[in-house]
Ligand binder design. Sequence first.
Ligand SMILES: C[S@@+](CC[C@H](N)C(=O)[O-])C[C@H]1O[C@@H](n2cnc3c(N)ncnc32)[C@H](O)[C@@H]1O
Length: 310
Amino acid sequence: MKLTTMADISHEAIMAEIRSDMDTIALDQSLYDEKNFEKRRDALDFLSFQIIDQLDDLLHKTAPGAELNLVKRRAEKLKTELDEIDASLFQQFRKKIQTGLRREEFKTVVGEYINLDSNDNPHHDEPGYDNMDEFINGLLSFQPMPEQTKALEPEMVFYQKTPARIVFELVVKADFKAGDVFFDLGCGLGQVAILVNLLTGVKAVGVEFEPGFCQYAHDCAVGLNLSNITFINADARSADYSEGTVFFMYTPFSGQILQDVLDILRKESLRRTIRIITYGPCTTQVELESWLKRVGAPDDNVYKLAVFSS
Ligand SMILES: C[S@@+](CC[C@H](N)C(=O)[O-])C[C@H]1O[C@@H](n2cnc3c(N)ncnc32)[C@H](O)[C@@H]1O
């Protein structure tokens, strides 16, 4: 006769809880309604990080029994089913963009899936990401990220995305006018430039040091049928800014490189008024430029967008 140990009891209790959690997810019909993106996202996170990870842990610690493998396969099948709803929703959304969904209409459709209320951002003093980033990544950055091929200089900052919620906020704060030309300096995979173009229709230009990122951004814009947008593979110190009126920087570089680029922009400002919008630590250095005036009240929090005008 096999004795039942405490370990057996706790294993059984964990398995019972996992089975019950999976039943709850599988029976919740609202998760299969494509509009319930945020709720589905939470269920997918729970499946990946609570259920599947826990099953992997059990498989690692105990002799792999047929039942454990069966439950894991069920969890993975459930995850695939929910992932497929999102994949199909993004495919349909991309088709709408390809055939001209822009500006307020684009924003309205995003708002059908994601709470656009900017007060919903739980991260006020760090570049925090939320379900809106999951949504925009699924829509725009669904291809694997390319490798970095060029070594960055010490003052150059590695790729990190501006949170999508901040880009929506940028569009409101920038108050774009017809004829504005938006530049994202150090544009990475191009998400900021693409979103600004989609949300406003203004011409957008991304400047990026890493050729692989620049190509990725270009392919994404072409795939969405966006015409008023260009990606330039260049060092921001040698790009042509002659048509730019609004320049965005999510701290792409610091120190002397930032100073050199600010000197170039100051020369541009002698020909027309320009605005610079910053996010992250570069704000502190930009604020020291005497030819720029901060628009709105100063704020010590560098993870709030800062708008400057020449
Ligand atoms: C913090 S990321 C910002 C990415 C993008 N603006 C966004 O918000 O999604 C900084 C980017 O700047 C690029 N970068 C760094 N130094 C650069 C330079 N001198 N010229 C152009 N791009 C540069 C990096 O390769 C990286 O993609």
